[in-house]
Design a protein around this ligand. Structure first.
Ligand SMILES: Nc1ncnc2c1ncn2[C@@H]1O[C@H](COP(=O)(O)OP(=O)(O)OP(=O)(O)O)[C@@H](O)[C@H]1O
Length: 240
């Protein structure tokens, strides 16, 4: 693999500072006697500060690619590395975080307990974890809802709590799988406002969506079609 690669139309960057680098990934699934080729030779890399949308229709391979980038799944062929993050078994919890489409909060825990959980799983004591979680909720304008259970939150509020839970460990790489998928368009844009404002400048976001209005909030858009990256564009709105 070369030291320096050029993502067409984007910028030059060094692979050794990449958060994740993927070369010629394929992922096949066996369904009965059929093989589904979910990814067909994807080569991409993500650098600190990147804000990337994976834009594609249902079944184009967005979730599969996100899972591979976060080491939740392994490729059928191809190589993955996390040069700036370390070995795959050190990636989570903490350095890589996921935000899922919906219903990912633990039902018996309050909002603040949900947000504190990754810190507690990382070994932090409960008191300071809850304190930090409360600060994140306040930063995301949810301080007053800290003691609510997930079922008492609106869809948009629950997703903001999920964003707080993903960011509380100050991850370097945030992978979001259709986080606005269950929200109306105004609430989706509010969630994007909150998410983009809360990101640390040196962290990277890769967000899967089928909604162009969400994708254009991010600087770079990778278009996925049939398990391959069919094009890369830079969003004018995402540059502002
Ligand atoms: N665990 C699995 N078993 C079998 N097939 C799978 C599995 N996961 C994904 N696939 C198939 O791989 C292809 C890509 O799926 P993927 O979920 O990555 O697409 P997507 O773009 O995220 O779609 P959506 O927007 O609907 O979530 C689809 O044809 C899907 O049916």
């Amino acid at each position: 693999m070369r030291d320096v690669i050029d993502r067409p139309g984007l910028h030059l960057g060094r692979l050794d500072t990449a958060l994740v680098s993927a070369h010629d990934l394929t992922r096949d699934f066996r369904v009965g006697t059929q093989t589904v080729h979910a990814l067909r030779g994807v080569s991409v890399w993500v650098a600190p500060g990147d804000r990337i949308a994976l834009l594609g229709s249902s079944g184009s391979g967005k979730s599969t690619l996100l899972h591979l980038l976060g080491a939740l799944d392994a490729p059928t062929s191809g190589t993955l590395s996390w040069p700036a993050l370390g070995a795959p078994d050190t990636l989570r919890p903490g350095r890589v975080s996921f935000v899922f489409q919906a219903q990912s909060l633990l039902a018996p825990l309050s909002a603040v307990e949900n947000v504190a959980l990754p810190l507690i799983l990382n070994g932090q004591d409960q008191g300071s974890a809850l304190h930090e979680a409360q600060e994140w909720l306040e930063r995301l304008d949810l301080g007053a809802l800290a003691d609510q259970l997930p079922e008492e939150l609106s869809g948009g509020q629950a997703q903001r709590v999920a964003v707080a839970r993903a960011l509380v460990t100050r991850p370097r790489l945030i992978l979001a799988d259709e986080p606005t998928g269950q929200l109306d368009s105004a609430t989706a844009q509010q969630l994007m406002d909150v998410l983009l404002a809360a990101l640390e400048p040196g962290s990277a976001l890769v967000l899967a969506t089928h909604d162009p209005a969400v994708a254009t909030r991010l600087k770079d858009v990778w278009h996925l079609q049939g398990g391959a990256v069919s094009g890369i564009t830079r969003s004018v709105r995402g540059l502002t």
